[in-house]
Structures are given as structure tokens and as C-alpha cells.
Write a protein that binds this ligand. Sequence first.
Ligand SMILES: NC(=O)c1ccc[n+]([C@@H]2O[C@H](COP(=O)([O-])OP(=O)(O)OC[C@H]3O[C@@H](n4cnc5c(N)ncnc54)[C@H](OP(=O)(O)O)[C@@H]3O)[C@@H](O)[C@H]2O)c1
Length: 298
Amino acid sequence: MHLILGASGQLGSRVAHRLLDAGEPVRAVTRHPQRVEALATRGAEVIQGDLLERDWMPAALNGARSVVLAAHGLVPPSRKNHPDAVDGTGTRHLLDQASRNGVERVVHVSVAGGKGPETSFMKVKRQTEGHLRASGLPHTILRPTVFMENHALVLMGEPLRDKGSVTLFGRGATPLNWISAGDVADRVVEALGDMDAPDATVEIGGPEVLSRLEVLALLEEALGRSAKRRHAPVAVVRILKGVVGPFHPGMRHLLELVLAEETRPDSVPVDPTRFQWIGPTRVAEVVERWVHGDRSAA
Ligand SMILES: NC(=O)c1ccc[n+]([C@@H]2O[C@H](COP(=O)([O-])OP(=O)(O)OC[C@H]3O[C@@H](n4cnc5c(N)ncnc54)[C@H](OP(=O)(O)O)[C@@H]3O)[C@@H](O)[C@H]2O)c1
């Protein structure tokens, strides 16, 4: 049985569907079971679980050979459900229970780093990676770059298609490496396929370095529609972080990432020599499939 945290998300849902395609048993964890109805219909067991709580964990782990960690608390920004609580404490509690339950393999989806100082979000991810290594649980840690499906399609494509307007933080000109969640899902499934593989931490990226503005141009071309662009100025983001951040951990993490991308480009991963694997899918392919409603290759 494969236990999947974040089974309703971009990555977790793809992992779950790929495993079901291969006839593997899947247990999907979500706080909102209606979000994984498509998985339930295909035979996945559904567990209502929240990483901020622990009571559901023993039942979820019972009989689980592997655990996929693909949940995060970064978006939407929340006072209660934020990276320190979800990617940090909650995930670490799950790992503690997993080692007591004889789980044979953990695939942990972390995040790639840049050359510069780590953001608070990255520090939380790295702490949990360290906790996993220290647990003795056999594991693969994947550190992917920016997912095309979230950052291109959800953040820009959908508002462009539905409202004709897109909001960018700052100029949106920082070069970013983009990977498709589908390629990451393939790597997760591959890691689950070899239960005896040595422990590994793998930085993975995609084939292109593009700014958000360049990706927006691809979306505009594919949709045949120009975006009314709004740019939230960096100064405003900085003030917002100073005012709201101390009381709102979710906003603090998110705004720090936004500011780092705009003002410290060395905080984002772009250098292909850092990647041990580069996914084949290009942004234009994901955009084309989305525009034409082709889910088969997702
Ligand atoms: N998106 C990116 O660009 C990117 C880049 C690099 C690495 N990653 C990493 O890849 C993994 C998957 O990200 P994604 O973009 O696929 O996620 P996503 O689509 O944003 O979905 C987030 C998932 O986290 C779950 N979640 C949030 N709070 C939770 C809580 N308290 N308890 C249990 N589950 C909770 C949500 O489940 P429910 O709401 O259904 O409960 C949802 O399935 C994460 O570890 C993320 O850090 C993402």
C-alpha cells in the first residue's frame, strides 16, 4: 500500500493516478475527501487527515509499505496552516510514526535551492530532510524546481483565460527553471519501484530557464489573448511583509519567497549543473495540452 500525502495536489494526484494505472494500491490523504473523488472512483482508499493533527496517522500508516510526502502549507497563506506547521512539525510527526510502523520507503518531495542564502521556507524543508535522514527510514528526497502546472497554469493561465488579467509580484523578469509536475510524478513512481535503492537526495529541474513574463507570453500566444498585467511593486510587498508577517506565518513565508525571487535571484535554482536529472517536458507543451484540454499526457 502506498500512502500519499498531498493526494489532491498537482503532484500527489498525478502520482496516485500513475500508481493506480500500474495496478498498485493507493491510500490518499486529504483534509477534503471531495477533492480526491476521481481517485476514490478508481479504487483508492481515502483517509481524511490533517498534518496539523496526529490522531489519524496510525490508521493511515497501518499496512503502508511506502509513504509519498507531497503536501505543503505554503499556499494559500494561512495563520494556522503554514510551512512551519505542515512541511515542518506535521510532516516530522508523520515520519516518527512511519518509522515505528515499519514503513519500507519514503519519497519526500522537497524543493530545489539556489546558490544564495536559504529562505525560511527552504530552511523548513531542509530541516525535515534532515529529520528523515536521521530517522533511518529508507528514502529518496527529490528537490524539484518550479512546477509549470502551479506557476504557469494556475497563477497565470487561469486568470488570463477567465478574466483577461494577471497579477505579478515585482517585474516578473527573474530567470527561473521550470519542471512539469508530470515529470516529477514519473520520478516519484520510479523511486517507489525500487524498494532496495540506496538513500538519495536528488536535485531535479526542467529543460528551460524562463522568466514569468516569458511564460506569460507563451500563454498569451496559446490562448490568443493579451493579458492586462498588474505588477505588485516590491516596495509594497516589503511593507506588507513587515506589517502582516509577524502575525501571519503563512504570509511571512510566501512574501519572503516573492521578495527573494525579485531581489535575490541567487535564491532560485537555475544552474543546470546542479541538477542530477532534467525532465523532458517544455513549458509550451504543458500550455498546449492545457489549452486543448488534453489530460491524457499530464
Ligand atoms: N508547486 C511548486 O512549484 C513546487 C516546487 C518545488 C517543490 N514543490 C513541492 O512539491 C510537493 C507538492 O506540491 P504541489 O504543488 O503538488 O502541491 P499543491 O498542488 O499546492 O497541493 C498542496 C497539497 O498539500 C495538502 N495539504 C496542505 N495542507 C495540509 C495539511 N495541513 N494536512 C494535509 N495535507 C495538506 C493539500 O491537501 P488538501 O487541501 O486536500 O488537504 C494538497 O494536496 C510539496 O512538497 C511542495 O513543497 C512544489
